[in-house]
Design a protein around this ligand. Structure first.
Ligand SMILES: C[S@@+](CC[C@H](N)C(=O)[O-])C[C@H]1O[C@@H](n2cnc3c(N)ncnc32)[C@H](O)[C@@H]1O
Length: 210
């Protein structure tokens, strides 16, 4: 998904210090098995944002084998809580093993099923809601998640540029439309100050201010 200059992408990737063995193992597995993960450039960006706002409670929508979950779990610290969600039970089993190996299992709650339903079933506000589900669902995620973020918290969404397809008005498929619509909704929402970082496949970050 290198829609930014490949050498720039490589440069950004190589700047990130070597990861611990568990993250490195997931990165290797992701390359081999073509598991879509945020990767180290975005992982570090997520960790940075979470630490910047002192996040303690993170709800992740679409967690796959737990790669991004590990970045959040490290950032929230030992008293924090990260809600992992994925529709695949085998992904959740694998994530459980990785989280255990990383020593982070006690701060992550593993939830299997539809992330939108699981969010509705989980009480309270969150410091961060992170969206990485199937792209056609993005507007529905906005509808159920944008008011679950506390004031001062973040709504974060991956693949916000969708390999650049969002910028092509002629591209009208459910996934591209879904990503484009979420970008529009969050930018237009007066409760949020939103920006979109073009790193990797684009990361949308909305800071809730009211
Ligand atoms: C891009 S991957 C997530 C990658 C993960 N955030 C990471 O960076 O390590 C998307 C995942 O979301 C899951 N998924 C898609 N739509 C979902 C939904 N509505 N509810 C729960 N999981 C969903 C898929 O099973 C897949 O594992």
């Amino acid at each position: 998904m290198a829609f930014i200059d490949e050498s720039v992408g490589r440069y950004l990737h190589d700047l990130v210090p070597e990861r611990d063995p568990v993250l490195a193992e997931i990165e290797a597995a992701a390359r081999k098995e073509r598991i879509p993960i945020v990767g180290p450039v975005v992982g570090r960006f997520l960790e940075q944002w979470a630490r910047a706002i002192g996040a303690r409670r993170v709800f992740e929508m679409g967690s796959a084998v737990g790669y991004s979950t590990i970045w959040w779990a490290r950032a929230v610290g030992p008293e924090g809580r990260v809600y992992y969600t994925d529709g695949s039970a085998s992904n959740a089993d694998r994530a459980a093993a990785y989280l255990h190996a990383a020593g982070l299992a006690d701060r992550v709650e593993l939830l299997t099923g539809n992330a939108l339903d699981l969010l509705a079933d989980t009480e309270g506000e969150f410091d961060i809601v992170f969206n990485d589900v199937d792209k056609h669902q993005y507007p529905a995620v906005y509808a159920c998640a944008a008011d679950r973020v506390r004031v001062g918290g973040l709504f974060v969404s991956d693949n916000a540029l969708w390999s650049g397809r969002v910028a092509d008005p002629a591209r009208r498929d459910a996934d591209t439309d879904g990503v484009r619509e979420l970008n529009r909704l969050l930018y237009q929402d007066p409760r949020y100050v939103t920006s979109l970082s073009p790193m990797r496949d684009g990361v949308l970050v909305g800071l809730r201010v009211r």
